[in-house]
Design a protein around this ligand. Structure first.
Ligand SMILES: Nc1ncnc2c1ncn2[C@@H]1O[C@H](COP(=O)(O)OP(=O)(O)OP(=O)(O)O)[C@@H](O)[C@H]1O
Ligand SMILES: [Mg+2]
Length: 154
């Protein structure tokens, strides 16, 4: 069976990802253990491999079978610093990948909230890459529910 989970991951530029098994496991455990929304933050110096770690974590789940994968309601990658329009990126994912009817009018925050309310019911992973300031994502975070798992890459 072809797996049809929605995901919009960028391509990795490296042929082989090595030596981060512990970091990958730790990230997974952190994301699974929360009873409410789980937000894991990856910080560190520029170029140390934060974005790649988040991406490899997502790719690993994408490449599992539907039975074995953790994020059955998809993985949404939001590129915060490069594109800025965080809310619009979420709306686009919801519309194009999840086929959610997005609200045409209203404040962006409310239109994004409407998407979260209509998101798939299983676990979903949202990755905010390159967040410089918390206020860039604050108004667009998912609902306070266990099924939403967030990685914030700073
Ligand atoms: N474990 C790894 N094995 C091989 N290459 C890696 C690994 N981790 C990261 N890289 C490569 O190193 C480079 C820098 O990694 P990355 O872009 O993830 O850093 P970053 O911490 O997100 O940096 P920035 O803070 O500038 O966003 C990338 O080309 C990435 O593909
Ligand atoms: Mg990065």
């Amino acid at each position: 069976m072809v797996k049809k989970n929605p995901y919009n991951l960028p391509r990795s530029g490296i042929p082989q990802f090595v030596g981060r098994e512990t970091a990958l496991e730790k990230l997974h455990i952190q994301l699974q253990e929360s009873e409410r929304i789980a937000i894991s933050t990856l910080t560190g110096m520029g170029g140390i491999g934060k974005t790649e770690l988040a991406l490899q974590y997502a790719l690993t789940d994408r490449d599992k079978t539907l039975e074995d994968c953790s994020y059955k309601s998809g993985i949404c990658w939001v590129n915060v610093a490069d594109q800025g329009n965080v809310g619009t990126q979420i709306l686009n994912f919801a519309q194009n990948y999840l086929k959610i009817s997005i609200l045409e009018e209203g404040e962006l925050e409310d239109r994004v909230k409407h998407c979260w309310q209509n998101w798939g019911e299983e676990d979903t992973l949202i990755i905010f890459d390159d967040v410089r300031q918390y206020k860039q994502i604050k108004d667009f975070l998912p609902l306070q529910q266990k099924r939403f798992k967030v990685i914030r890459v700073c």
